[in-house]
Design a binder for this molecule. Sequence first.
Ligand SMILES: NC(=O)c1ccc[n+]([C@@H]2O[C@H](COP(=O)([O-])OP(=O)(O)OC[C@H]3O[C@@H](n4cnc5c(N)ncnc54)[C@H](OP(=O)(O)O)[C@@H]3O)[C@@H](O)[C@H]2O)c1
Length: 294
Amino acid sequence: MGTERSAVTVIGLGQMGSALAATLLERGHPTTVWNRSARKAQPLVERGARRAATPEEAVAASPLVIVCVLDHDALHATLDPVAGSLAGKALVNLTSGSPEQAQEAEAWARSHSAGYLDGAIMTTPPGVGSPEMMFLYSGSHTVFETHRPTLAALGDPLHLGAEPGLASLYDAALLGLMWSTMTGWLHGTALVGAEKTEATAFTPVAIRWLSAVTGFLTTYAAQVDAGHYPGDDATVDVQIAAIDHLLHAAAARGIDNALPELLKATMERTRDLGHGSDSYASVIEVLKKGAGSA
Ligand SMILES: NC(=O)c1ccc[n+]([C@@H]2O[C@H](COP(=O)([O-])OP(=O)(O)OC[C@H]3O[C@@H](n4cnc5c(N)ncnc54)[C@H](OP(=O)(O)O)[C@@H]3O)[C@@H](O)[C@H]2O)c1
């Protein structure tokens, strides 16, 4: 007994758009596709997609239109000429951009009587379709609830709120976390590598450590929300002393120390603000004050 899957249009068939369309086809959604370079539609057509000849035809084909192009300029280059045909459609924009661009796109869609949901894909194309991968959304609740079953085919859909910029804001925040974490891991990998430990040997230990670190984050999140940072586990002063060991060990092995030096400087600014006896969560006080704070 098959359930009828709803029709979807995917505009933009780069690496990510092609993965989105392929996943929707796999899950049985009647899928219409359009891409500026038409040849990229061919592998999807072979898997059952319908090729739209124009963006207008693509928009007309389905109640839900997913757009995943390079950037917001590409989004507008594609959809501005056919904006008149968006009325009554649900537009889900999975193109990366800033929160401000998401707000602008939402106002633009609204002015053309289209529902708008902004999205951020927290995976690479091979992860599309996996229920573990997060797809962050913000904007219209109605679009989200109406099309949730279709969006769930792509990954785990999380609606963050009605403010359209939220998905992009979380995306930026989470990528920052990823880059800091990966660079910290690579710094550690270079450090132990200087003593002939292979990355594949160090990494399982690093991953166990990261699970301890997630526990610290949970504790510190409550402190950040309370604006109160009891240093009853480890103080900023203690961590300033500890990071000197990292700086020393890395310098002695010729490893670049820009990252730990930045971290130490930030901890020292935190101490100078009077948080030496507080927990590491008090570093947020320096970050919130911006670059000029002492
Ligand atoms: N790849 C990832 O892992 C990943 C992860 C999360 C989010 N994203 C986001 O997904 C979006 C697409 O990324 P991608 O990896 O698929 O990039 P990509 O492979 O470079 O594809 C870019 C797409 O944008 C289209 N495009 C570029 N300029 C255009 C224009 N002026 N007018 C119309 N179409 C235009 C391209 O069309 P042509 O084929 O005609 O050039 C192509 O369909 C980006 O915003 C990216 O940040 C990607």
